[in-house]
Design a protein around this ligand. Structure first.
Ligand SMILES: C[S@@+](CC[C@H](N)C(=O)[O-])C[C@H]1O[C@@H](n2cnc3c(N)ncnc32)[C@H](O)[C@@H]1O
Length: 205
């Protein structure tokens, strides 16, 4: 089964609120985005946003330029259905982040929670970093959240790579300056706890 089929099956067969990564309130992401995007017109992309409630909360906060990209059309359809008429305020991109048609320097903020850590092949990680570097304007920010070193070794039946702030930053390289990191204990809908690490980097010009 390829990547797209895997994720389409996940979202076709389970309610978004039952998925292990579901968060009713994406508090850490919102706080980090508020720090780096006080301008509500700043373009923000949620990469692998799936059916996350982050887009709802960004619209609630008044953000006017939000894109959600995901491989799974079923995930995007679930988010759109939840948003109702507000879905038209969002740009939706159904694509693989490793080959997405994103314009150069078009975003101020690149947000990813629980997508990069699925890239177990170094060539895919290099393609991801090149995409982030090309898509975020110099001076913009990248927020990437993965399982921490003591987080789960697998998610959704797939192997993941776990990171510390330093090992995450070393994947991105010197064009990205690590400004901060936040550890978060995520409580899954079934009651398990998963350790995440969020890294906030600035893209240097
Ligand atoms: C664990 S879920 C996290 C969803 C969301 N970020 C959240 O925090 O609720 C991973 C998401 O990444 C998407 N995804 C996985 N690989 C992808 C890729 N190469 N390009 C775009 N989206 C991808 C999946 O469809 C899924 O929605």
């Amino acid at each position: 089964m390829d990547r797209r089929e895997h994720w389409e099956n996940v979202y076709r067969h389970k309610a978004p609120t039952a998925l292990s990564w579901f968060q009713p309130e994406p508090a850490v992401s919102l706080a980090l985005i508020a720090r780096v995007a006080p301008d509500l017109g700043a373009p923000i992309i949620d990469v692998g946003g799936g059916a996350s409630t982050l887009v709802d909360r960004l619209l609630d906060a008044g953000h006017r330029d939000v894109t959600v990209l995901d491989l799974s059309g079923a995930a995007l359809a679930a988010a759109q259905a939840r948003l109702g008429t507000r879905a038209s305020q969002v740009k939706w991109v159904e694509a693989d982040v490793l080959a997405a048609p994103l314009a150069p320097s078009s975003y101020d903020v690149w947000h990813d929670r629980a997508v990069f850590h699925f890239l177990t092949d170094p060539r895919d990680r290099a393609a991801y970093v090149a995409a982030a570097r090309a898509t975020v304007r110099p001076g913009g920010h990248v927020i990437v959240a993965s399982f921490a070193l003591d987080g789960p070794a697998r998610c959704s039946g797939l192997e993941v790579v776990r990171y510390s702030p330093d090992s995450m930053h070393s994947q991105f390289g010197s064009a990205f300056r690590l400004l901060d990191s936040v550890r978060d204990e995520h409580h899954t809908p079934s009651g398990a706890t998963q350790a995440f690490v969020y890294c906030l980097c600035r893209v240097d010009g």
